[in-house]
Design a protein around this ligand. Structure first.
Ligand SMILES: *[C@@H]1O[C@H](CO)[C@@H](O)[C@H](O)[C@H]1NC(C)=O
Ligand SMILES: *[C@@H]1O[C@H](CO)[C@@H](O)[C@H](O)[C@H]1NC(C)=O
Ligand SMILES: *[C@@H]1O[C@H](CO)[C@@H](O)[C@H](O)[C@H]1NC(C)=O
Ligand SMILES: *[C@@H]1O[C@H](CO)[C@@H](O)[C@H](O)[C@H]1NC(C)=O
Ligand SMILES: *[C@@H]1O[C@H](CO)[C@@H](O)[C@H](O)[C@H]1NC(C)=O
Ligand SMILES: *[C@@H]1O[C@H](CO)[C@@H](O)[C@H](O)[C@H]1NC(C)=O
Ligand SMILES: *[C@@H]1O[C@H](CO)[C@@H](O)[C@H](O)[C@H]1NC(C)=O
Ligand SMILES: *[C@@H]1O[C@H](CO)[C@@H](O)[C@H](O)[C@H]1NC(C)=O
Ligand SMILES: *[C@@H]1O[C@H](CO)[C@@H](O)[C@H](O)[C@H]1NC(C)=O
Ligand SMILES: *[C@@H]1O[C@H](CO)[C@@H](O)[C@H](O)[C@H]1NC(C)=O
Ligand SMILES: *[C@@H]1O[C@H](CO)[C@@H](O)[C@H](O)[C@H]1NC(C)=O
Length: 428
């Protein structure tokens, strides 16, 4: 049956669960508060463009393939709003008593600091001011990655970024402390490729982000938002991948309870400037990772950790195996993201969502769709699925369309037109 596409004006416009009118009035309110604050404080924060001036004379030769924003031309540094080339990461935090978590967006402010805004239970985006700063030592256009989970009655969230000496950094917070502390990764001196556009992604693995009572967005092939742990492994933890040079990713692992991260393996012939995607929180024992190879083709690799079954030629156990899925000719600095749909940016700036049928060696792409309108080339993107007011779910894609913005585009989970709005990012 072909999907019925309702004209946009026949559906109430929603933005990540928000009715438009409510949303805009909340933005206006937030904006008013911010102006008040800015006047109160009197002074703005200095703009940080570290180490880039010496490179400015080289810009004529730079294509946007591996650069973004002010690294191409200093005129492109944002003068307000978000950093041009901001990392973007989403986390559902503060899970409590079976409720949906609050959605938190991490981004880089034009001043260079890493900040957050949250979608409150009463449906407004709040924060992003100097009071919501997580880090001030991030490199320009650092990728950001956030992982949130809930175990043994405590919700925790980890934020990963790259500092201005190209070291990996981990900050951890929880709903029992509400204080950011350095995670073990910070002290481990992992050096990331020195480049403007560089891939880094952390992924939770194990079933459903922890406790089984956590309600989440619907999993692929399961029309139910309650965790189903049947047939799943019991290990929970994180994987983290980062580019150590232009063609190599390093993979680290951390298991819940570990005091440090452990080196796992290197991945060769990959595009280290591109992002990375993963799907490792569904039912079953197979984990997936998506990377862009040196020919700018997206590859989907899978690994089944179920040691109860025996290895066969088509289905090895405990070994990363390439599927036959290929998405050719993506943008060389594309960011990748997965929640219900898999997203990648093409060379024309358009972000495409792909529906994927996950089945280890039989994984296939079943249909694709364009997202809203094109982003700046090499924009970071972060995606999620949220419940909406009509009882259904909506796809949400956060990305940048002009460089000083954070745009979020949303569409019904299975069909329909996109609507979009921009987050109000305070200037001070
Ligand atoms: C951000 O940088 C891009 C190039 O990466 C440029 O096309 C765009 O105009 C810049 N945006 C602003 C607000 O300067
Ligand atoms: C933290 O989150 C957990 C998991 O949802 C919840 O059980 C607990 O009550 C929360 N703790 C606080 C102090 O809010
Ligand atoms: C971290 O690594 C860099 C280069 O790999 C090295 O020069 C530096 O000494 C190391 N620092 C520590 C504290 O291990
Ligand atoms: C979802 O599945 C759980 C069992 O895993 C069941 O108890 C619950 O009623 C289901 N909810 C819906 C809405 O189908
Ligand atoms: C839970 O998942 C298993 C395997 O994926 C499936 O067989 C079972 O029907 C599911 N249970 C529920 C309540 O959805
Ligand atoms: C593997 O077998 C053990 C022992 O029978 C069982 O406890 C475990 O749940 C099984 N794991 C999976 C993923 O089926
Ligand atoms: C890292 O953790 C592992 C497992 O928890 C442990 O065996 C190892 O000794 C630790 N390494 C360091 C340097 O602390
Ligand atoms: C992985 O599979 C895809 C699809 O067949 C292919 O394009 C790509 O070259 C493969 N990569 C490797 C390293 O085998
Ligand atoms: C993949 O397809 C083959 C052939 O149809 C089948 O034998 C195998 O069980 C499938 N594997 C998975 C994990 O679905
Ligand atoms: C592909 O997706 C359509 C819905 O968009 C679904 O009806 C169909 O069964 C899917 N095909 C496969 C092989 O999963
Ligand atoms: C970029 O978009 C934001 C949000 O829509 C807008 O406020 C700003 O004026 C735009 N900047 C440019 C240079 O177009």
């Amino acid at each position: 049956m072909p999907p019925t596409i309702l004209p946009p004006d026949k559906k109430p416009a929603r933005a990540c669960g928000l009715r438009r009118a409510i949303f805009w009035s909340l933005l206006a309110a937030t904006f008013a508060v911010v102006i008040g604050l800015a006047i109160g404080l009197g002074v703005g924060l200095g703009v940080k463009h570290n180490n880039k001036d010496k490179k400015a004379s080289l810009t004529a030769a730079k294509s946007s393939d591996y650069y973004i924003g002010g690294a191409i031309d200093p005129a492109y540094y944002s003068r307000d709003g978000a950093f041009n080339g901001s990392g973007l990461a989403l986390a559902s935090q503060s899970f409590g008593s079976g409720e949906y978590g609050e959605l938190v967006l991490y981004f880089q402010h034009y001043s260079g600091s890493i900040r957050w805004q949250r979608l409150t239970p009463d449906n407004g985006w709040l924060g992003g001011t100097a009071s919501e700063v997580v880090a001030t030592d991030a490199k320009n256009s650092t990728p950001l990655s956030a992982v949130a989970y809930s175990l043994n009655g405590v919700s925790k969230w980890h934020l990963f970024y790259i500092d201005n000496s190209n070291r990996l950094r981990e900050k951890i917070n929880s709903n029992s402390t509400n204080i950011w502390i350095e995670g073990p990764l910070t002290g481990e001196n992992h050096t990331v490729m020195d480049a403007d556009q560089v891939g880094m992604q952390a992924c939770w693995y194990g079933n459903d982000y922890g406790d089984a009572d956590y309600k989440h967005s619907p999993l692929p092939n399961q029309g139910n938002s309650t965790a189903n742990t049947t047939g799943s492994g019991t290990d929970v933890g994180m994987h983290l991948w980062y580019a150590s040079d232009a063609s190599t990713f390093q993979q680290l692992g951390w298991r819940n309870g570990d005091s440090n991260w452990t080196y796992q393996q290197g991945w060769q012939n990959k595009n280290g400037h591109a992002g990375l995607g993963c799907y490792s929180w569904g039912p079953g024992t197979t984990t997936y990772v998506m990377m862009v190879n040196s020919q700018n083709t997206v590859e989907v690799w899978w690994k089944d950790t179920n040691t109860n079954t025996s290895t066969s030629t088509g289905h090895p156990i405990n070994q990363w195996t390439n599927s036959s899925v290929a998405i050719n000719n993506v943008h060389p600095s594309t960011s990748l993201g997965y929640t219900n749909a898999f997203y990648a940016q093409g060379k024309d700036g358009w972000i495409t969502g792909y529906n994927i049928d996950w089945a280890s060696e039989n994984t296939t792409i079943n249909g694709s769709f364009p997202v809203n309108k094109p982003g700046i080339l090499g924009t970071h993107l972060s995606v999620t699925t949220l419940p909406d007011q009509s009882g259904g779910d909506s796809l949400c894609v956060f990305y940048q369309t002009n460089g000083s913005d954070v745009t979020f585009a949303t569409r019904d989970l299975v069909q329909g037109a996109w609507t979009a709005a921009t987050l109000e990012v305070p200037n001070s």
